[in-house]
Each structure stands twice: as structure tokens, then as C-alpha cells.
Design a protein around this ligand. Structure first.
Ligand code: C2E
Ligand code: CA
Ligand code: CA
Length: 502
């Protein structure tokens, strides 16, 4: 029998027993102690009234307490321990009432894509575990003070009060990253969609904000694995992004991306010792689109390896026609995104593509940035070691920024480190930048590896770097990125330049 029924029966029996005993013994006492029919009737009446009052009070307490328990059950989702829809709405309304001026409230919905089929594939038990893990993670990723709820089967919600300059997009990405990580850890093939609405832009009440977040979520769910803001301008941005992607694919397919070369100088001889290859996209309508704009886009959709292949092809064609490799160019550096390293098959394909060009391969140096995003350090180290064994050299780009991992240096013999240009830019004014640059140079030299400073824009920066013992440098002061025919002329001119100390 149900435990609730058993305890209800117990309470009723105890109550009936006490009531019967009370009626029996109080009647005997009244009959024995009180003389006179009139007085006895009066006492019996008050006794009855007292009994009813006490019973009513007990009932009141019982009903109140079970109501409270029921409310608690309704407020909390039994599977995940998160708030339920009702409690979430109440909390959101309360937060809106209490919000101080200058703050905003961001509401995000996270929904598992194709949960129905996932549920069938995994079985209910595993799907429940997945939802529980998601609940824990969503709570962890949410900002301190956020309210998190499970609204429906596979739909979670979180709201936070934020300052007006808070980077909501970045925060939404953190949820998406966490989801991917969680699914991967549990070996579940799943993605999620996220809809975001912000008060006051997308609504001023709990209801309006929730409607906006639902609308945004519905748009995100159309493609799946997406983040959608309710903000209309962001929707326009998303459309532009799709258009740009389409055109980028075309530009790659038609090989209309170009390459330019930025000279690298040996700081002892002050002559050109190498060159960095930078990709260029001249859009037929928009004109120059910086790689900082389209490379991250290419990374998101896995287009970087196609770009790298095209870059290597162009470099190989252009350098085949001139006599620069070996002397003066001891190496030609190409940029490879960390995301490419995460795909071992793509990396193998690119490496064999490079190695198919025996006149170029020994001079190729690979610059990799954002090493912290390498998903599997051991794999990456293996890939890089194999590249090195094939004769390619390897450089860590943008060294010293938050994205570079020092651990990389522990596990790997790199050939070169490039000091990020943000440190070089602050060399003169900022004592700390000077200390960092000095330390990186000393570290590289003690490892016996090449050290390059990038972004040199003034003679003063150049002199300081020479003083620190930096081996190579690159920057607008020495030479801008240029097409191959200009590079040839530049190398010639460099020999007689007076503004740099030979
Ligand atoms: P990066 O690898 O750090 O490349 C150096 C960037 O700094 C280049 O910008 C270059 O033009 C710029 N630069 C060079 N000297 C100076 C200077 O003195 N002052 C200043 N302010 N800037 C200087 P660019 O060409 O716009 O490239 C930006 C980033 O795009 C690159 O940064 C690299 O991460 C990425 N990138 C460029 N080409 C490729 C490519 O073929 N493949 C991949 N995966 N990424 C690329
Ligand atoms: Ca680079
Ligand atoms: Ca760099």
C-alpha cells in the first residue's frame, strides 16, 4: 500500500482512539462529579464545543503543513532539484521588481535538440542522467546569483541580473561549450539550441521576456546547435554571417583568396631572414575583409583546412617562380588555427599536401595560435612531433596572451616563439610589458629556440628588442605584408636601408 495512505490511516486511527476515550471518560467524569440535569447538559455542551474547537485547530495545522509541502514539491523539479516553471516565473517577476537602474536582466533558454529521438536512443534512464548532469553544469556555468530552472522535459532556463556592459554573447557561448563538453564526456551525440532575451530591450515583464526568449529559441531550433538573441539587429547580423560564409566558400572554391608576405628580420644582421604568409580576401563588393573577421568564421564551420590548403598551394606556386627559398628566406611561416589541429585527419591531409612539394616543405614553418583551445594536448603534441620529424618547423604565435599555454612548452620542443604584438606596443610606456618581453626572450634563448617579436612600429621598439637579445622581428616599421613581387624588391632595398641599423 502507498506510504501516504498508511500514514493517513495511522493518524485517523490514533485520532479516533483518542476521541472515543475522551468522550467515554469525560462522560463518566461529568456524570460522577456533577449533580443536576441542567448543569450536566450545559457542561456537556461546552465539552462538545471545546472538542470541536481543538479538532478544527488540529485540522488547520495539518492542512497548512500539507499545503506547504505540496508547494515545495511544485516549486522544485524532482529530477534535477532545479526550480520548476512556477517558481521560476515568481522569481523572475520578483527580480524585475527589485532591479536597480542601470542593470539588465538576461534570460536564456537552453533546449536539447531532437530530445525525443535522443530519449529513445539512450533509454529513459541514461537520458535522465544526462538531464541531471546538464542541470548541475548549467547551474555552475550560470553567473553567481542566477536563478536556474527546468521548465519542461529537456528545456532549461536561467536568468541573471547583469551590468549593462556585460558580454552576453560570450556568456551564451560558455553554455554551448559546456553542453558540448558534457555530451562528449557522457559519450552522447547531442547538441543544444539557446534563445536569449534581455530586459528591457526584449520585454519589461516576466511574461514578455519569456515570450521573447521562446521566440529566439524557436529560431535557434530551426537550424539546431545555435544561439539566437531576440534582438533584431543580431538576427540581421546572423543573416549577414550566413551570406559571408556562402561567399567565403565561393572564394575558396574559385581560389580567389590571395596571399601576402610580411618580411621577418634577423636582428643581428638586419637582413630579411624569413616571411610570414597572410591570407587576403578582397571581396568584389565589400573590398578588403580582414582575416580577423573571416578566419574565426571559417573556424566555426570547419573551413580553415581548405584555406590552409589554398594558402600552401599559392605559396608553392609563387615561390616556385622565384629564387628566395633557403637564401634569403630561411623559412616561410604559414598560420594554422588550433581548430585544425583538433582534427587529426585534416592535419594529416594538410601535412601530406605540404610534403608533396619537396622544394617548399623543408622551409615551411607552422605558426599556431590559441594553443589553449587544443582539445587534446597529447594528440596535438603527437601531430606536431610528426610534422617536425618530416622536416617542418613549428612556432607558437601570439605568445604571452591569455590564449597561449605554457604547458605546451613543457611537452614539446617548439622551434620558435612569437611575442604577441600587444606587448611590443606597450614596450615604451609599460614597465610590466618590458619585464614580460624580457622574460620571454630569456626563456626562449635558454631553451635554445628562435624568438621573434611582432608588431614593431617604431625604431625605439626595435632598439629595445635588440637590447633584450631578441633574435628576429617583424612589423610595419620593417615591412608591411606585401605581394611576392614587392617582397623581392623589399629584400633588395633592405640591404641599403639607412633607417635600420645593420
Ligand atoms: P597574426 O598571425 O598574429 O598575424 C599578424 C597580424 O599582424 C597580421 O594581420 C599583420 O598584418 C599584422 N601586423 C603585422 N605587423 C604589424 C604592425 O606593426 N602593427 C600592427 N598593428 N599590425 C601588424 P592580418 O593579416 O590582418 O592577420 C590577422 C590574423 O589573422 C593573423 O594574426 C592570423 O591569426 C590570422 N591569419 C592570417 N592569415 C591566416 C591564414 O592563412 N590562416 C589562418 N588560419 N589564420 C590566418
Ligand atoms: Ca602569425
Ligand atoms: Ca601573431
Amino acid at each position: 500500500m502507498d506510504r501516504a495512505v498508511i500514514s493517513a490511516l495511522k493518524v485517523s486511527l490514533i485520532y479516533a482512539g483518542f476521541a472515543a476515550l475522551w468522550i467515554l471518560f469525560s462522560d463518566i467524569a461529568v456524570n460522577a462529579l456533577i449533580d443536576g440535569e441542567g448543569l450536566r447538559t450545559l457542561v456537556q455542551t461546552y465539552k462538545g464545543l471545546g472538542f470541536v474547537t481543538i479538532t478544527a485547530l488540529m485540522l488547520l495545522i495539518l492542512v497548512y503543513r500539507s499545503g506547504k509541502t505540496l508547494q515545495k514539491v511544485n516549486d522544485v523539479d524532482s529530477l534535477t532539484g532545479l526550480f520548476s516553471l512556477n517558481m521560476f516565473i515568481r522569481s523572475l517577476a520578483m527580480a524585475i521588481d527589485r532591479k536597480k537602474p542601470g542593470y539588465r536582466i538576461v534570460l536564456g533558454y537552453l533546449d536539447v535538440d531532437n530530445f525525443k529521438s535522443l530519449n529513445q536512443r539512450l533509454g529513459y534512464e541514461r537520458a535522465d542522467i544526462f538531464l541531471q548532469e546538464l542541470a548541475i553544469g548549467i547551474r555552475n556555468v550560470s553567473l553567481p546569483g542566477s536563478v536556474v530552472a527546468r521548465l519542461h522535459a529537456d528545456q532549461f532556463a536561467s536568468f541573471s541580473v547583469i551590468e549593462s556592459d556585460f558580454d552576453v554573447e560570450d556568456h551564451a557561448l560558455a553554455f554551448q561549450r559546456f553542453f558540448a563538453h558534457c555530451a562528449k564526456r557522457l559519450d552522447i551525440d547531442a547538441t543544444c539550441s539557446i534563445g536569449v532575451a534581455i530586459l528591457p530591450d526584449d520585454g519589461v515583464s516576466a511574461k514578455e521576456l519569456m515570450v521573447s526568449a521562446t521566440e529566439a529559441l524557436n529560431v535557434a531550433k530551426q537550424t539546431g546547435n545555435a544561439i539566437q538573441f531576440h534582438d533584431k539587429s543580431l538576427a540581421e547580423k546572423a543573416m549577414k554571417r550566413r551570406q559571408m560564409l556562402l561567399e567565403l566558400r565561393e572564394a575558396i572554391a574559385s581560389e580567389s583568396l590571395k596571399v601576402v608576405y610580411q618580411p621577418k628580420y634577423d636582428l643581428q644582421t638586419m637582413s630579411v631572414s624569413g616571411a610570414e604568409v597572410l591570407v587576403r580576401w578582397i571581396h568584389p563588393v565589400e573590398g578588403f575583409i580582414p582575416p580577423d573577421v573571416f578566419i574565426p568564421l571559417a573556424e566555426e564551420v570547419g573551413l580553415t583546412s581548405a584555406i590552409s590548403k589554398l594558402v600552401v598551394k599559392k605559396v608553392s606556386e609563387e615561390l616556385d617562380d622565384v629564387d628566395l627559398l633557403g637564401d634569403p628566406l630561411s623559412h616561410v611561416a604559414i598560420n594554422i588555427s588550433a581548430t585544425e589541429f583538433n582534427d587529426a585527419a585534416e592535419m594529416r591531409a594538410l601535412t601530406s599536401f605540404i610534403l608533396e612539394k619537396p622544394s617548399l616543405a623543408p622551409f615551411i614553418r607552422i605558426e599556431i595560435t590559441e594553443t589553449a583551445t587544443l582539445s587534446n594536448m597529447k594528440n596535438s603534441v603527437d601531430i606536431i612531433s610528426r610534422l617536425q620529424a618530416s622536416g617542418l618547423t613549428f612556432s607558437i604565435d601570439d605568445f604571452g596572451t591569455g590564449y597561449t599555454s605554457l604547458a605546451m612548452l613543457k611537452d614539446l620542443t617548439v622551434d620558435e616563439i612569437k611575442i604577441d604584438r600587444s606587448f611590443v606596443a606597450e614596450l615604451r610606456e609599460d614597465e610590466r610589458s618590458r619585464t614580460i618581453v624580457g622574460a620571454i626572450i630569456a626563456m626562449a634563448r635558454s631553451f635554445g629556440i628562435n624568438i621573434v617579436a611582432e608588431g614593431i612600429e617604431t625604431a625605439e621598439q626595435l632598439a629595445l628588442l635588440q637590447e633584450f637579445g631578441c633574435l628576429e622581428a617583424q612589423g610595419y616599421f620593417l615591412g608591411r605584408p606585401m605581394p611576392i613581387h614587392e617582397l623581392i624588391a623589399h629584400i633588395e632595398n633592405a640591404k641599403t636601408r639607412k633607417d635600420i641599423a645593420h
